[in-house]
Design a protein around this ligand. Structure first.
Ligand code: PLP
Length: 209
């Protein structure tokens, strides 16, 4: 997946012309503005950032998938707006690096959230997502990626047969993520170059730099 937050539409169009069709966005407001009136062709736009409940409705106008389900209140808000005749694909975001990250469900709370999503006619649980630990070296992300894979395997054993996806790995740690079994890597900087520094709003900066 190409992550296109802060990337202007003209560059996204270039990527589309090269055959890419999966574009991850963090912020609903930014994405709505960018894609309104754009011919997306067969492109898909998953949302990969923390979602406020009041952004659910505008998100549903364009998002193909929500990768950042992390709490029951969000599930409730989704049920209010998703048409059960076309359920929304979702991933549950797990916080695999508790000391660094403020988003994602803690691993021990995954099971009840997964049950809750699975019971919903409005949502289809496709797997798990995590942001790797932003440490000094990509290797520091490995234990979190491994944990996500183990959690996914346990989900499959517990009777969530469709929860196969492992969305993990970004520009700096995608090789490690792939070694640990990622089915989807989310790449921004390595393709589009460095983003503006306001980018740090998108997730909490690491204490380790
Ligand atoms: C920005 C972002 C990415 C991509 O990060 P890069 O380091 O630019 O590859 C991936 N996942 C999420 C959730 C992001 O917010």
């Amino acid at each position: 997946m190409l992550v296109t937050k802060t990337v202007p539409p003209i560059r996204i169009k270039e990527a589309m012309d090269l055959g890419y069709s999966l574009f991850g966005e963090n912020r609903v407001q930014e994405a709505v503005g960018k894609y309104a009136g754009t011919d997306l062709g067969r492109s898909e736009i998953p949302i990969i950032g923390h979602l406020q409940r009041n952004k659910v409705k505008p998100m549903l106008r364009f998002a193909s998938c929500l990768q950042s389900v992390d709490r029951e209140a969000l599930v409730v808000a989704l049920e209010r707006h998703v048409d059960p005749s076309s359920p929304l694909d979702v991933l549950i975001q797990v916080n695999t690096s508790l000391e660094d990250s403020k988003y994602g469900v803690p691993p021990e709370a995954l099971w009840s959230l997964a049950e809750r999503v699975e019971q919903s006619r409005h949502l289809r649980l496709q797997g798990l997502m995590t942001i790797g630990r932003l440490g000094a070296s990509p290797e520091e992300a490995r234990p979190g990626f491994r944990l996500l894979r183990e959690l996914r395997d346990e989900l499959l054993r517990r009777g969530f047969p469709k929860a196969t996806e492992l969305s993990m790995g970004m520009s700096r740690d995608l090789e490690v993520a792939i070694e640990e079994g990622a089915t989807l890597v989310r790449v921004g900087t390595a393709v589009f170059g460095t983003r503006p520094t306001s980018d740090l709003d998108y997730w909490p900066p690491s204490r380790n730099g």
